[in-house]
Design a protein around this ligand. Sequence first.
Ligand code: NIG
Ligand code: FE
Length: 404
Amino acid sequence: MMKLIGPFKQIVTLNSLPFKGALKDELLEIIVNGGLLVQNGEILKVADFETLRKEFWQAEIEEITQKSVLLPGFVDCHTHACFAGSRAMDFAERNAGTSYLEIAQKGGGIWSTVTATRNASQSELKTLTENRVNGFLKNGITTIEIKSGYGLSVEEEIKILNTINQLNTKADVVPTCLAAHIKPRDFEGSNIEYLAYLTENLLSKIKHLTNRIDIFTEKSAFGIEESIHYLQKAKEMGFQITVHADQFTAESAQMAVSLGALSADHLEASTESDIRVLANSETVAVALPGASIGLGEPFTPARKLLDAGACLAIASDYNPGSAPMGNLLAQASILATFQKLSTAEIMASLTFRAAKALNIKDIGKISNGFKADVQAYDTTDYREILYQQGSMKPTKVWKNGHLI
Ligand code: NIG
Ligand code: FE
């Protein structure tokens, strides 16, 4: 059955914007008094509402009576939403002067979330994660990536990946294995031995649960050589790769590019040469302003990355440690003010450019053949949405053409 949804005061389609580089707002296609024709969860056509109504007179009408602006659903391409427990104590301690790395060295940080997550049953973990994902969906996030990484043993990582795969949600969920988050405290052996343990005992068992492997490459986690070896093995086994890169120290973004990673995420410490390498590649540069806000660290050099020609995405990094806020739109709006990013650049980085980081081609634009994942805001001017810095929430969200 064909359905015509509208009229919308403005439809921001994001049509014909390129994947890479800076974007001027003049490039945005805005359809005034537009309609959206959908069939079988897919967008058939987007155009003037009255024209569509006449041409497709047989379509069922889903009438929008409020004046509203329609955007593509957002894609959050980097989260750690599957965890138990809280790290409120870390947050307070950091703000009182102890660093993220010092807290980690004392056995707090990621390890304390590992302990809480291991202690949670699969059904507790499922309920916690489902509530978070469904909250994100209400806020317009129709596709969400979720990493494991708080299990850190074969059994516990499989428990988390199973949980992520079994969530009861209308959102599209993309699972990623981050068993290489840190070497767990209870593993007797070196970093290299831990990574070999994962390669030999975990990766072949999770092919049905994920096709993506991530690693935290950082002084406090895994070194460059160790990471290269692990990621190469993962690639040989057919996994796509992504890297937590250049968060506190540089170098790993260039490694991610040289290994053909889909994305290099964080990049707060990236230098001019890292920016150039990213810009000359197909690896998506993912900024995580939530982690900068959560830790009080510098923002990713998003302006420089775009000006150099990179594909920039923005994700929430939602996790209990470095990025507890979990409000993607607020974080993107804040990044825009500090890095001077245009509305077009922010919209692209939350939609089709973020979809590229997940290797998904049919989401993130309101365009023929794309999934009908869209969201409406109660305003007549699309610029109000970023202006309100995350306080304005969508009033309606459609997944595959169905109102949530
Ligand atoms: O992306 N940097 C590594 N991992 C997460 C933080 C995880 C945590 O602190 O629990 C991040 O910021
Ligand atoms: Fe992260």
